[in-house]
Design a protein around this ligand. Structure first.
Ligand SMILES: Nc1ncnc2c1ncn2[C@@H]1O[C@H](COP(=O)(O)OP(=O)(O)OP(=O)(O)O)[C@@H](O)[C@H]1O
Ligand SMILES: [Mg+2]
Length: 173
């Protein structure tokens, strides 16, 4: 079964002199359980692709189908719900909420979904990611690598069916 099907994805940023074609007719499928690496030089469109697959940016044209749902057909609210329940996105630049501490950042997507965070999973992830003594710290009180580890933890809290990782170890040992 395909977890992901994308067809003819194009993304154009800007207009006129500053126009950039970040993605040109990208099509591929990924099967459930498959591990795929996207490789390319800086500026070649990797993050753009991740953000579109993660439903946080929209393509100029083309379609993204995740587990049988065409996410381009969802309105903003439905897309936000779909994202929270099905997708884990580890951002290249973390995107943590500055006024929330480590624990709050990690559990936010679950709380927004009006669910109770799985305390056991939280403890397990915090331990594995080496964040046990930083739970009450704010992002600006953390190193880059620690922030990246929080972002990894947040992406894993909802048991995502699709995990998108944008250079997730760029800042860690
Ligand atoms: N918000 C934006 N507005 C205008 N152009 C953008 C924007 N974001 C990205 N671009 C352009 O799109 C292209 C692809 O950018 P993207 O961030 O996807 O590259 P990348 O492969 O992730 O690079 P890196 O390895 O440096 O992270 C770049 O050439 C960039 O100039
Ligand atoms: Mg990038």
């Amino acid at each position: 079964m395909n977890i992901l099907e994308i067809r003819d994805l194009c993304k154009v940023y800007g207009k006129g002199e500053t126009e950039v074609h970040a993605l040109k007719n990208v099509s591929f499928d990924i099967e459930q359980g498959e591990f795929v690496a996207v490789v390319g030089p800086s500026g070649s469109g990797k993050s753009t692709l991740m953000h579109i697959l993660g439903g946080v940016d929209v393509p100029t044209s083309g379609t993204v189908n995740i587990s049988g749902t065409d996410i381009s057909g969802l309105d903003e609210t439905k897309l936000a719900i779909f994202r929270r329940r099905h997708i884990g996105l580890i951002y290249q630049f973390y995107n943590l909420i500055p006024i929330l501490n480590v624990e709050e950042n990690m559990t936010l997507p679950i709380l927004l979904d009006r669910k109770k965070p799985d305390k056991k999973l939280l403890a397990e992830l915090v331990d594995k990611l080496g964040l046990s003594d930083r739970l009450k710290h704010l992002p600006n009180q953390l190193s880059g690598g620690q922030q990246q580890r929080v972002s990894i933890g947040r992406a894993l809290m909802n048991h995502p069916s699709l995990l998108l990782a944008d250079e997730p170890t760029g800042n860690i040992d």
